[in-house]
Ligand binder design. Structure first.
Ligand code: SF4
Length: 74
């Protein structure tokens, strides 16, 4: 755990499931993954629990904003 003056703790090693590919299954608006858009697919996900993290995934900005570096690998 990193030292932090904020009451919010920074805890590393999260096992995340994050995507911008579920527009049809959710009730809130969602931006589109640029890689999915270019390839006209929904297969790319930012993080898949227990499996992988996208090469372009650069983290999360509170509360639910993906930081994506596409087309430059992180
Ligand atoms: S990190 Fe970017 S390119 Fe990778 S899946 Fe998420 S939105 Fe798409």
């Amino acid at each position: 755990m990193k030292p932090n003056k904020s009451p919010t703790k920074e805890l590393s090693g999260a096992n995340m499931d994050i995507d911008l590919a579920s527009q049809k299954d959710i009730s809130w608006s969602q931006d589109q993954c640029p890689l999915n858009k270019i390839e006209n697919t929904t297969t790319h996900k930012c993080a898949v629990k227990n499996t992988s993290i996208c090469d372009y995934f650069s983290g999360i900005k509170p509360l639910d904003t993906v930081l994506c570096s596409y087309p430059h690998k992180h």
